[in-house]
Write a protein that binds this ligand. Structure first.
Ligand code: ARG
Length: 476
């Protein structure tokens, strides 16, 4: 490189120490700083900022933009700053607008002139996107692992449940008996799709924006492919404007978390309902229940209710970010800073809900006798009785009508359903109306009877093992 003809002409920084002090004559207004700083929350990116800066420094050294000696000095300063941030010893300065500013300031304090070269061929625009992608990759994997733990609890409870049965419901009306294991695994399969979605969103986040600069790249000879590989990204960006302006990976993460939250809310609602005194299929362990400040008899399912409620926030975080992104011109706009709080909040809420629901479900007790009594309501065999007629060649519509007639006659008090059914269908009806009698016949693949559920248990265990392996294989 040609030597700089004016080596000492830079103006001293203003007191506030902002990164743009050389351009503006006034100190930033207090209210401006208060309104624009992101440090209170983006310090969560500290470790990723330090890691990305390390890779950037290595890239600058390889490009000959930083001498080996300066590279060593900056790397050492980054290590110190990183350690101080990790232990909480890091002292933030009034001009530290965000975590990137704070780290660069500290590195410059520690490494002097070498530190002042850290931001060569880099903008906070590509830096923040890079940090956030590193963060998202790790966090989505962590959430997926939390989902797997909850699925594990569901699988264990399903195994313990053996052939315990309860009604399946449609419209919250008793429909047909199924195994409790079938019902529990239904939630487990929804969660399996969440794992898939989280890992899929993670895959699209796995692109390095480092090297995009402020918006247009740089005239300096950097190699974004190499820094991408250094940071463990699967690829580098294709277009610098897209790289700094894109927050799809945050929106997708928020969607994956929101839908996961919706699934947790449905599980939560089920628990609330099951634990109600009217239904009473489930008793909560005392450690996972709450009491009332006024009514001494109460034992409340607050965990399940809050899991149900948190979905509202998760949906809000997603729609809030989409509204922020809508209509934004390319490329970077400060609006994009608004991506972090919803993301951090959704991650915290989902991780909390996963852990709490796993604890609650793992310790609750099912009242199998009460569930069986509800499942053995003879009306719940009506579909199976109609299917007996179908197996004898009766068209289903006609079979449905004949059994509906039996139900109506029983409801009208013309006799016991069992007797009326036996009169219509023959002695096979009595066999079906034995406790659990419908379940043995429910053999269709993926259905709620014991044979199908045995196969399902195996498939679920295989899916859990495969997803666990997928997660372990990730370089997080
Ligand atoms: N705190 C900022 C953010 O989160 C960092 C990028 C600032 N870039 C800028 N051009 N002001 O988006």
């Amino acid at each position: 490189m040609a030597p700089d003809p004016h080596p000492d002409e830079s103006r001293p920084p203003t007191e506030s120490g902002t990164l743009w002090a050389g351009r503006l004559d006034a100190e930033p207004a207090e209210a401006l700083m208060a309104f624009t700083v992101s440090l209170p929350y983006d310090r969560l990116l500290a470790a990723d900022d330090v890691a990305a800066s390390h890779a950037h420094v290595r890239g600058l050294v390889r490009a000959g933009l930083l001498s080996e000696a300066d590279g060593v000095a900056v790397a050492a300063a980054l290590d110190v700053a990183g350690a101080e941030l990790a232990t909480g010893e890091f002292t933030f300065a009034p001009g530290d607008e965000d975590i990137h500013t704070a780290v660069e300031r500290r590195v410059t304090e520690l490494a002097g002139d070498a530190g002042a070269r850290l931001h060569t061929a880099r903008s906070r625009n590509d830096q923040v996107a890079c940090d956030l992608r590193l963060f998202v990759k790790r966090e989505l994997a962590a959430v997926a692992s939390g989902v797997l733990s909850l699925q594990q609890v569901l699988a264990e409870r399903a195994a313990e449940a053996g052939e315990a049965r309860l009604p399946a419901y449609t419209h919250l009306q008793r429909a047909q008996p199924v195994l409790l294991a079938h019902h529990l695994l239904a939630h487990g399969w929804a969660l399996a799709r969440d794992v898939d979605r989280l890992l899929d969103a993670r895959r699209r986040a796995d692109v390095s924006p480092l090297g995009a600069g402020a918006s247009a790249g740089t005239s300096l000879p950097i190699d974004p492919d190499a820094t991408a590989a250094d940071l463990g990204f699967a690829a580098r960006f294709e277009n610098s404007l897209d790289a700094v302006g894109d927050r799809d990976f945050v929106a997708e993460s928020l969607f994956a978390l929101a839908l996961l939250g919706v699934h947790l809310s449905r599980l939560g609602e089920e628990i609330v309902w099951w634990a109600s005194e009217e239904v009473a299929f489930l008793r909560l362990d005392d450690a996972w229940a709450t009491g009332s400040s006024m009514m001494p008899q109460k034992k409340n399912p607050d965990v399940a209710e809050l899991a149900r409620a948190r979905a509202g926030r998760l949906i809000g975080n997603l729609t809030g970010l989409l509204a922020t992104l809508k209509g934004l011109p390319l490329a970077y706009n400060r609006d994009l800073q608004e991506d972090k709080e919803p993301l951090f909040d959704s991650l915290t809420q989902v991780r909390g809900a996963l852990a709490a629901l796993a604890g609650l479900l793992g310790t609750a007790t099912f009242d199998e006798a009460r569930m069986a009594a509800a499942a053995d309501d003879p009306f719940l065999a009506a579909t199976d009785l109609a299917e007996v007629l179908v197996s004898r060649g009766v068209p289903f519509r006609a079979a449905h009508e004949r059994i509906a007639g039996v139900v109506r006659a029983a409801l009208a008090g013309e006799g016991a359903f069992e007797d009326l059914a036996a009169a219509e269908v023959g002695p096979e009806a009595l066999e079906i109306l034995q406790p659990g009698g419908t379940l043995a016949r429910r053999t269709s693949p993926g259905g709620g009877g014991p044979a199908a559920v045995a196969a399902q248990r195996e498939r679920f265990a295989a899916r859990l093992a495969a997803d666990t392996a997928r997660l372990t294989a990730l370089d997080t």
